[in-house]
Design a protein around this ligand. Structure first.
Ligand code: HEC
Length: 109
């Protein structure tokens, strides 16, 4: 085997490992899901839509805020798959949930 092929293999394993360690969530797929299933209420950047907040009589916390980001992945998953206060549960597969969480982590301020 040519040494640059070996190098390529080593590099791709090294790059893939952190992704697996983080739960393997795919940010791009998560973003697409978030845009179609969550952004109507939480707004594209996670800040929450004022009109929705008014209609639902809630105050949205920014999904990138310290308080929300302090939650563990499992807690975030529970928030949206089982519902949270006035938010109804959103049906997602485990894989979709992991992708959405990966995207939520990119909103961190
Ligand atoms: C119909 C509007 C609506 C949709 C759609 C929605 N949410 Fe929510 N979400 C809410 C409301 C309202 C709250 C706050 C509940 C409260 O404070 O009582 C909330 C709370 C949350 C929280 C907890 C935030 C905190 O302050 O701790 C998370 C996390 C969350 N939503 C994520 C999501 C994700 C991810 C999706 C898409 C899969 C989603 N939501 C879809 C309305 C919505």
């Amino acid at each position: 085997m040519k040494s640059w092929i070996k190098l390529g293999l080593v590099l791709s394993v090294a790059l893939a490992l952190p992704l697996v360690a983080m739960g393997g969530g795919d940010v791009e797929k998560g973003k697409a899901l978030y845009t179609s299933k969550c952004a109507t209420c939480h707004a594209p950047g996670g800040e929450g839509k004022p009109a929705m907040a008014k209609a639902m009589k809630v105050e949205f916390r920014h999904l990138g805020s310290k308080e929300v980001q302090a939650k563990k992945d499992a807690e975030l998953k529970k928030d949206f798959t089982e519902g949270n206060g006035k938010m109804k549960p959103v049906k997602l597969t485990d894989e979709e949930a992991a992708n959405v969480i990966a995207f939520l982590r990119t909103l961190k301020k």
